[in-house]
Ligand binder design. Sequence first.
Ligand SMILES: Nc1nc2c(ncn2[C@@H]2O[C@H](COP(=O)(O)OP(=O)(O)OP(=O)(O)O)[C@@H](O)[C@H]2O)c(=O)[nH]1
Ligand SMILES: [Mg+2]
Length: 303
Amino acid sequence: MTHRCAVVAIVGRPNVGKSTLLNQWVGQKVSITSRKAQTTRHRVTGVFTRPGLQIVFVDTPGIQQRHNTALNRQLNKTAVQSLSDVDLALWVIEATGLTPQDEAILAMIPSSLPVIAVLNKSDRIRSGRDREAAFALGDRLAAMHRFSALVPVSAERGSQCEIVVHEIEKLAPEGEPRFAEDEVSDRSVRFLAGELIREKLFRLLGDELPYETTVVIDRFDEQPSQRSPGHIHADISASIIVAKASQKAVVIGEHGSRIRRIGTEARADIARLIDGTVRLELWVKVKSGWADDAAAVRAFGVE
Ligand SMILES: Nc1nc2c(ncn2[C@@H]2O[C@H](COP(=O)(O)OP(=O)(O)OP(=O)(O)O)[C@@H](O)[C@H]2O)c(=O)[nH]1
Ligand SMILES: [Mg+2]
């Protein structure tokens, strides 16, 4: 039996559901998600494996022109660079409508690359009028570009996601698997732990969250658990970096209520990820203007 292996970039504007899709295919949370734009700040891979087929999905930051900071420029660059070394691209938009920014991102995809258009959040199409608009959008897209396929999906419900896998399989080159059967990402547990803390910040701070907020893992020690044999215990110390003293107060919350909740929820997710126990220590630090400082952006791990 021939084995196929494809490396697939997931690109689109912020918030269209790229990371939710990746997690749906992988069956585990390897990329964090939230309602906020540019939740994803790194190239994160998620691996889908079944007999005869492996798909290495590459999640990317949402491309946007809203902020002209070093951080934003770096995120756009990460996304565009991810397109240079893949077999095909998934261009993700919302099924409810196309924006000029979606079109601009499509134009950034090298013309040699096969593209599958993924119309996400199709669960939001409810009325007959919505459905007519969706059909019209399908026609418009088909006239715009020679897509390998056009697939409406709902990442949140998991509906039709399998069809995308099937379309990728048709385009996948023959090749050996790059990851072992039980591997779900190329990222370390240390990295994913930092991401899970950042996800709680993004989710629990809602619109108060300053764009310039990041997380640095200062210490990450793993050892066999004393209390539950066969499992590991992780001892983690992390810093939440904000740009202003006033933002520090927001993250900490009244009498430390918010930082406690961030810690509790992140610890539970990290424990699930490592299937063990976790001690998590969180600090909040102020570093003004870091998102505008290319060296600081790199130092904080936004590579
Ligand atoms: N209704 C609905 N909401 C969805 C669906 N998929 C994702 N979402 C929501 O859309 C929001 C953004 O999802 P993400 O997966 O973080 O989006 P993203 O494209 O990775 O965003 P960035 O990383 O910021 O570029 C979250 O609140 C998701 O819960 C879907 O199929 N239907
Ligand atoms: Mg994302």
